[in-house]
Design a protein around this ligand. Structure first.
Ligand SMILES: *Cc1c(COP(=O)(O)O)cnc(C)c1O
Length: 471
């Protein structure tokens, strides 16, 4: 056949659309415009392929039957209908996985989100007298009651909290930071760069591994506005190290009337050592030891929505709330709703560790994880030559929290004589929903710490269909 004949044999856009509707495979809710657009795109693609074909062989390989085109249109429509932000199964064991959305929300936080999204609410409205209110009131009192702080402010994220604190209190002046704390987190939060953006001048003191109180003292001049401490989050310096404590820095700050800012990063409320995890300085401890301002993320160890919480002296917090930048980094009602519900859990810290998914996963009983691993391994019996082994391993907290800590966990390790680990990992990532896992040597590791009980079935189904298609 000639190219012309191939082209002539193609359906028209209208005929193709009719054929798509006759095949009835697409759901009822698909907009007609989308079907039209997909049909046009498919026909254009096929026409282009025919025109580009070099010989009879490649022409023969092009799908031109209307039935085949209908399948292509259906695929095109499905791709366009699929949301970009999708659920995934997190089998990496990393609880606060920034790339997978950090913290999951508690049931109560989800209910609050739904309420705030479904109905009008008193976001900035005083129900007592019908006048305008502040959106911050919903979290302020709660945060102060829980932590003993004088004042509170919640902004878009912790990066915004640090930027706002530096801009409001140190713009055009000096901020002293230890060289051991000039951190970069997640590639985009680099303390020196945030500092430059705020207009504050960074004054580095000490060395990478040792910084003494005297180093801070010697750096103080009439230009100094602030001493800042940053949690090293995702790294640790081991060996010969020394750092000035918050108590010492607070004394120095008092003496010279400077502001002491403590960027806690994760913001731990409960004493993790009571749950078999290493002790992390809590929010309250930093305040008690004399920080004027502390800030931390809402979606790391706190286990809430993305947010940046600022606590501390009223005069300092109020000046930040009034700063024009505060408007640019303010939180929305959904964040406030989810954050308020998350914070409520902390009135009962024991329950908080159960109700807040981040804390529940971090403190999960290894026996529970082993049972989950065994359950999944059993479900995989029908998966061809896929070998599933239940093994003990360690998981990481993630999110710059407890970076050196290995949490004992149980995993299902997969091997196959017929294909490689990275091939299996890729196939799992292409599943619906995608399953994200880690590779160790020639094995694919499914860590049960971050997998829900009701997700083991999804993983098994994904592996079954992979095994069937590899046969
Ligand atoms: C994570 C982190 C930040 C950034 O917080 P976001 O909420 O991600 O903006 C800033 N400082 C420290 C020490 C951190 O660990």
């Amino acid at each position: 056949m000639e190219k012309k004949e191939y082209l002539r044999s193609l359906s028209s856009v209208n005929d193709l659309i009719q054929a798509v509707y006759r095949s009835r495979k697409l759901g009822g809710g698909v907009p007609r415009e989308l079907v039209t657009e997909a049909s046009r795109v498919v026909l254009e693609g096929v026409r282009g392929a025919i025109l580009a074909a070099r010989d009879e062989m490649s022409l023969d390989g092009i799908k031109t039957d209307t039935d085949e085109l209908v399948t292509l249109v259906e695929k095109e429509v499905e791709e366009r209908m699929q949301h970009s932000l999708r659920r995934v199964v997190n089998a990496t064991g990393v609880v606060i996985h920034t790339n997978l959305g950090r913290s999951l929300l508690s049931e109560a936080a989800l209910d609050a989100l739904t309420m705030a999204g479904t109905y009008y609410n008193n976001l900035e409205f005083l129900l007592e007298d019908g006048t305008r209110g502040s959106r911050q009131v919903h979290l302020n009192k709660l945060l102060c009651d829980l932590t003993g702080a004088e004042a509170a402010l919640v902004v878009n994220n912790n990066a915004a909290a640090v930027l706002l604190a530096l801009t409001a209190h140190a713009s055009g002046r000096d901020v002293i930071v230890s060289r051991g704390q000039l951190i970069e987190i997640g590639g985009s939060f680099r303390l020196p760069e945030v500092m430059a953006q705020s207009g504050a001048r960074l004054v580095e003191v000490g060395t990478t591994n040792k910084t003494y109180l005297e180093d801070y003292r010697r750096a103080i001049t009439s230009e100094t506005a602030m001493i800042m401490r940053a949690h090293p989050s995702n790294y640790r310096i081991m060996g010969f190290t020394s750092e000035a404590s918050i108590r010492e820095l607070a004394g120095l700050a008092r003496e010279f009337e400077l502001v002491l800012l403590d960027d806690l990063g994760s913001g731990v409320y409960i004493d993790l050592s009571e749950h078999g995890l290493p002790y992390e300085p809590t929010i309250m401890r930093s305040l008690e030891e004399g920080s004027d301002l502390v800030c931390f993320s809402g979606d790391k160890l706190l286990g809430g929505p993305q947010g940046g919480v600022i606590l501390g002296r009223s005069d300092l917090v109020e000046a930040m709330a009034r700063h024009p930048l505060a408007r640019a980094v303010r939180v929305d009602k959904l964040t406030i709703a989810a954050m308020e519900a998350t914070l409520h859990h902390y009135f009962d810290p024991e329950r908080a560790a159960v109700e807040i998914p981040t804390l529940a996963m971090l403190t999960a009983d290894p026996e529970t994880l082993r049972k989950r691993a065994r359950g999944l391994a059993k479900k995989l019996a029908a998966c061809g030559d896929l070998e599933a082994e239940v093994i003990e391993d360690v998981s990481r907290a993630g999110g710059g929290a407890l970076p050196m800590e290995s949490l004992p966990t149980w995993t299902v390790a997969l091997t196959s004589p017929s294909y490689k680990a990275n091939h299996l990992e890729e196939r799992l990532r292409a599943a619906d929903p995608p399953v994200v896992c880690r590779i160790s040597g020639d094995r694919v590791i499914l860590d049960m710490r971050t997998v829900r009980d009701d997700e083991t079935g999804l993983i098994a189904a994904a592996l079954e269909s992979i095994a069937a298609s590899e046969d």
